[in-house]
Design a binder for this molecule. Sequence first.
Ligand SMILES: Nc1ncnc2c1ncn2[C@@H]1O[C@H](COP(=O)(O)OP(=O)(O)OP(=O)(O)O)[C@@H](O)[C@H]1O
Length: 295
Amino acid sequence: MELRIEHLNKTYGNGVKAINDCNLTIPRGMFGLLGPNGAGKSSLMRTIATLQEADSGSITLGDIDVLKDKDAVRRILGYLPQEFGVYPKVSAENMLDHVASLKGINQRAERKELVAALLHRVNLYDKRKSNLGTFSGGMKQRFGIAQALLGNPQLIIVDEPTAGLDPTERNRFHNLLSEIGENTIVILSTHIVEDVTNLCNDMAIICLGQVIAKGHPAELVREVNGSIWSKSIHKAELPAHLEAHRVISTQLKGGKTEIHVFSESQPDASFHAVNADLEDVYFTRIGERMELELV
Ligand SMILES: Nc1ncnc2c1ncn2[C@@H]1O[C@H](COP(=O)(O)OP(=O)(O)OP(=O)(O)O)[C@@H](O)[C@H]1O
């Protein structure tokens, strides 16, 4: 089964074109959708999750027409939205049981078994009696994944799941997602490049509603490798460097500013070549797209 998005468009009432001729084919496994704030990730995720209409284009999941047969999609979809609210006074176990019955699992004994298995899977079984209002951010996200996994979904969408999690919780969440990604389509929408580096073997970058790069992370990195140069400068020298070079990123390191520059050849002897990573791909591609916007 794969998810196929073709020529998808969405413009909001205020004139913002949030999805601009989007074409993507997403197979089983972890797929990373990277983009800056406002790129259109949530708009795309909500459209795939049947929560909002597109203006034109098509989405198919296996042989399901996602834009038309919403009920069929919802039966095999698990969705963890960006803002995942919980009922604070309800225990994890009771809440999952409730969601399971909403998903049509009518047998009490079956539900009980399923809920226990899911709570074990997300490592919250010991906290099953605790009210959701007492959960930390990471625990809430793991609970969110448990509810998204109910009903054995074929497609799981997680929208910015690790924002605000501490490194341990983030790691734990990553392990959980990659386990799930072994036999399900998992779309991870995020602006955190490292999440995609660590987890995904297929990805796309979107900016201003458009897909501006797609493929395997390693291949995308190979495309820019050899063209990324680094130099440590004083902050005051930055404007001159911005003027003279295509600076794709700046980072403070030990009180000095490290810049990365995109250039086919060594800009001058003061620059040294760096092994490109996905962050360099991200900044190069986003920079190109934004420059186009300014022309
Ligand atoms: N309901 C809406 N009405 C009007 N404009 C909207 C609506 N929802 C989103 N937008 C606009 O559409 C664009 C894409 O927003 P979207 O939330 O899809 O991006 P995003 O990549 O998920 O960003 P973020 O990471 O900040 O959540 C933005 O310019 C946003 O302001």
